[in-house]
Design a protein around this ligand. Structure first.
Ligand code: ADP
Ligand code: ZN
Length: 521
């Protein structure tokens, strides 16, 4: 099926005042106008709303838009009214009068777009009112809310399939910016009677430089990075409130205009810090993930993760706050064993069923693979969102390369040390045993008598810690013990230890190399 986009393009100009479609919009709008059921996955800010607004203007009829965000619905209704499109919202937060006007427009058939919350759609009376008015199209915004495994599950979204049936099965469009393969499959299954046309617009942000580095001296790593971006606005994300404050203090002492931001700060302080960041140049916000939602500052030049993000989607969203103006922006993500172990424990401790736990672990593994990966970061990142691409030339691995080496023998030494010490110890102790470092702890446990004591003396302690981290990232090591950072062997670890499986890892000297010092560009 294909339709001419000319009338749509004309309406885009005459009604909305835009000269042309944004990338991806034409394809979605074309499919919508051709009558197809569509699942559109497009990054935030790409103009998803237009994908149902414009067809409603071009085709006439009534489009019901489901959105969980009341404030956003009201914004859209306001903007549509401004350009002369009949739109209304019905929800419990607006007055009788406004609701009354909306209902009248609905009955007399003049309404083009009706925005409703999913809760509002649950009443039978309201549904039959809508069915009688005749719904031409159902648009479901933030469609990932239907996925139980997503970070934003809303039970009311589960009822939307029934809503669609009650409305006589109109054409349906689902839109979201958040969709890994599992979420997408969920949306398709839950919201559509038959597989919809799935249109994914590129998630690539080519102007973002992507870098990762293992934590070595995290504070000086951050300081070095910031020194390359003196006077620029940026964000440093840290995993705890306490850490944001300490890091902001420390950076201030180094002459950086750094301000903390987290949900626990006094509201006035928080608002003031955010305000300064928005208004002035060269402020660095050191915040928790609470910072950034709904903030649109186009010239953020860098984003640093002082701790590894919870997952690839969070990572993508957070680095995405840099370089909205399209000019080059830089990102750096620091990660360490503690981060990895912490995130794993978080998932293990969640009161969820095994299926969900498995999916969350898989998501975390994707994050670890991105951090410890050996091929282009962007390729790995885009592949996570279902996009194929070639090496980008704008990430640390493309710039500096990573050499893969067969690490089976070293891995066996380390895994053997894990087993012989009873699967209870962390990377530091294991490295001491392997390098033959007779520390007090080694002596106390009698580990200097082990066969593995000193078998790895040809490498540094840091090399062994790096190897442990890589093995943990690929899932050969698990956090078996309650003790902080204690490692156990997974099935994969056993397969490597007993020679059933070989393993390639990043060459150690490179894995431990400090981040690049040269400038961006
Ligand atoms: P999303 O929902 O994908 O985050 P929005 O639908 O809110 O994005 O659109 C983001 C902004 O882009 C809005 O201000 C919208 O008016 C604008 N926009 C949408 N389509 C176009 C276009 N074709 N040309 C220019 N601006 C557009
Ligand atoms: Zn690359």
């Amino acid at each position: 099926m294909s339709v001419s986009l000319d009338p749509a393009r004309a309406a885009l100009k005459s009604v909305f005042g835009y000269d042309d479609f944004r990338p991806g919009q034409d394809e979605v709008i074309g499919a919508v106008l051709a009558g197809e059921d569509v699942l559109a996955v497009m990054p935030t800010g790409s103009g998803k709303s237009m994908c149902y607004q414009l067809p409603a203007v071009v085709d006439g009829g009534l489009t019901v838009v489901v959105s969980p965000l009341v404030a956003l619905m009201r914004d859209q209704v306001g903007q549509l009214a401004h350009v002369g499109v009949a739109a209304a919202t019905l929800n419990s937060t607006i007055g009788e009068e406004e609701n009354g006007a909306a209902l009248r427009a609905l009955r007399d058939g003049s309404l083009r777009l009706l925005f409703v919350s999913p809760e509002r759609l649950s009443g039978d009376n309201f549904l039959s009112l809508l069915a009688n008015a005749g719904v031409r199209r159902l648009a479901i915004d933030e469609a990932h809310c239907v996925s139980q495994w997503g970070h934003d599950f809303r039970p009311e979204y589960r009822r939307l399939a029934a809503v669609r049936r009650a409305l006589g099965g109109p054409q349906t469009i689902a839109l979201t910016a958040t969709a890994d393969a599992a979420t997408r499959a969920d949306i398709a299954r839950e919201l559509f009677p038959a597989p919809p046309r799935v249109l994914v617009h590129s998630f690539d942000r080519p102007n973002l430089m992507l870098r990762f580095a293992p934590k070595e001296k995290p504070r000086s790593q951050i300081e070095d990075f910031l020194a390359r971006h003196r006077g620029a606005s940026g964000i440093v994300y840290a995993s705890s409130r306490d850490k944001t404050e300490k890091l902001a203090d420390w950076l201030s002492g180094k002459g950086v205009r750094a301000l903390p931001y987290h949900a626990g700060l006094d509201a006035a302080v928080r608002a003031n810090n955010q305000d300064l960041f928005l208004r002035e140049d060269g402020i660095v916000i050191v915040g928790t993930v609470a910072f950034g939602m709904g903030i649109n500052k186009p010239d953020v030049r860098f984003v640093v993760h002082a701790d590894m993000p919870a997952g690839v989607e969070a990572y993508y969203q957070e680095i995405g706050r840099a370089g909205r103006d399209g000019l080059p922006a830089d990102t750096l993500t620091l990660y360490g064993l503690e981060d990895m172990a912490f995130r794993r424990r978080q998932i293990d401790d969640k009161p969820v069923d095994e299926e969900r736990r498995r999916i969350e672990h898989r998501r975390l593994t994707a994050m670890l693979a991105l951090a410890e990966g050996a091929v282009c970061r962007r390729q790995t990142l885009l592949a996570y969102f279902g996009e194929e691409s070639g090496p980008c030339g704008r990430c640390d691995l493309c710039r500096e390369g990573a050499r893969l080496v067969d690490a089976t023998v070293d891995a066996q030494k380390l895994l053997s040390a894990v087993v012989r010490t009873g699967q209870r110890f962390g990377a530091g102790h294991l490295a001491d045993v392997l390098t033959g470092n007779a520390t007090e702890a080694v002596a106390r446990h009698g580990h200097e008598r082990l066969k593995t004591f000193g078998v790895g003396a040809d490498r540094s302690k840091r090399d062994w810690q790096t190897l442990a981290r890589q093995l943990f990232a690929v899932g050969a090591l698990t956090t078996a013990s309650e003790e902080h950072g204690g490692f156990g062997l997974s099935e994969k670890g056993e397969a490597i230890l007993f020679g059933r499986e070989r393993i390639e890892l990043r060459a150690l000297a490179e894995a431990a190399a400090p981040p690049r010092r040269s400038r961006l560009g």
